[in-house]
Design a protein around this ligand. Structure first.
Ligand code: PLP
Length: 399
């Protein structure tokens, strides 16, 4: 019942797991959807909320803007960006709406997505296209993934003279596939096409370097792998697009009597609200940096790889991506046997106390397991037992 990993010993893992507080009846294997913050981050956020509630005038009028700028500076270092290219927003969804408001599409323009893009992102672009007679073009996406080149070729081959923008996840949601974004950005730019990266799963899971990547827009949530408070994210806009940025939710932009002059200032005052998630981002970065970012990635990848091999052997089905660190990090996903597994997620929760997403991929179903530092070997054993009972025995008629 121990991990026996090469990158960390079990005693250290057990003490780290105590940083997260879960209800006793819950095995949480879905950090990829909603990443609960560790204790230290929860405390820091509560401190910000107390400061706000204690004296709102002091907080909003005098403390907020310097604290917002300091938090952004820390985030900029973390993702290697220039501060002035970054603004906090609540989540990747909000960030994508900023981009959809800001890119001025015209009738006949094409926005290039692929079959694995996040459903809400697709809805955002469907509405933006419908408003002006533009259209979405979908690149095909073969699963299981053969190679990064096959993915990049499929997307880049769909560029036409009408393509205005490519939307691509850094790591996809439904398949947990690390995408070849560097090649896509470089080749799209060579052909004069802008790229927006949808990056909520990449922050902390991968070393993200926004300056080198040079995407036109990058949006992310910080409440996934970074484990910052729920409701923290950012939008990153390259200099040449700043003049056209329009916030989807208009407010003063800055606290009066100041008014916004630069694009990012539009996002500092978005109405009276609780900005504590943004201000706590430096604490979340500090938590992972103290453990060591590379070490975090090594440990969680080692866990994910173990889980992947055990799932493949239990289910007799392949994982979605090649067994190579270029294709996956802390999340692993393996196909389920053919059949309708629409009720499985609910049964695993009700009967085994396990929160794990069972996702639909084209005609198939798959199980996606998130490995963060608090995931214990015993949790994975329980998952394997649950899948053995609910999937393997059911598929072989031994239920
Ligand atoms: C690829 C991708 N894009 C966008 C989102 C939306 O993130 P949020 O709900 O934090 O805005 C998600 C959430 O899982 C996602 O996986």
């Amino acid at each position: 019942m121990t991990w026996n990993l090469a990158s960390i010993d079990d005693a250290e893992l057990a003490s780290l797991a105590r940083e997260w507080i879960f209800p006793a009846d819950s095995i949480y294997l879905n950090h990829g959807s909603f990443g609960p913050p560790p204790r230290e981050v929860r405390i820091a956020r509560r401190d910000w909320i107390d400061r706000l509630d204690d004296q709102p005038m002091q907080f909003y009028v005098r403390d907020l803007e310097p604290a917002w700028l300091a938090a952004r500076r820390r985030l900029a270092e973390f993702v290697n960006a220039r501060e002035q290219d970054l603004a906090f927003v609540e989540n990747a969804t909000y960030g994508m709406n900023v981009v959809a408001e800001s890119v001025r599409l015209q009738a006949g323009d094409e926005v290039l997505l692929n079959a694995q893009e996040y459903g809400a992102v697709r809805r955002i672009w469907e509405r933006a296209c419908a408003r002006c007679g533009a259209r979405i073009v979908d690149a095909p996406f073969e699963l299981p993934v053969r190679s990064h080149d096959a993915i990049a070729d499929a997307i880049l081959d769909r560029i036409t003279s009408r393509t205005r923008l490519i939307i691509v996840s850094h790591i996809t949601s439904a398949g947990a596939v690390t995408m070849p974004v560097e090649r896509i950005v470089a080749e799209a730019h060579a052909r004069g096409v802008a790229v927006c990266i949808d990056g909520p799963h990449a922050i902390a899971q991968l070393p993200v370097d926004l300056e080198s990547l040079a995407a036109d827009y990058y949006v992310a949530s910080l409440h996934k792998w970074l484990s910052a408070p729920l409701g923290s994210g950012f939008v990153h806009v390259r200099e040449e697009h700043r003049a056209s940025v329009r916030p989807p939710l208009l407010s003063w932009g800055r606290l009066l009597p100041a008014l916004p002059e630069r694009w990012d200032e539009q996002f500092r005052w978005t109405g009276t609200r609780d900005p504590s998630p943004y201000l706590t981002v430096p604490t979340a970065i500090g938590f992972l940096e103290r453990f060591g970012l590379e070490r975090f990635r090594d440990v969680t990848f080692e866990m994910a790889r173990r889980v992947r091999r055990e799932l493949e052997s239990l289910l007799g089905q392949p994982a979605i991506v090649p067994d190579d660190r270029a294709y996956y990090g802390c999340m692993t996903e393996v196909l389920l046997p053919e059949g309708d597994w629409s009720g499985l997620q609910d049964r695993l929760r009700r009967e085994e106390g396990i929160e794990v997403p069972i996702v639909r991929l084209d005609e198939r179903w798959a199980v996606r397991v998130s490995c963060h530092l608090y995931v214990r070997r015993a949790h994975i054993d329980r998952l394997m037992q649950g899948l053995e009972r609910l999937v393997v025995r059911a598929a072989t008629g031994r239920a």
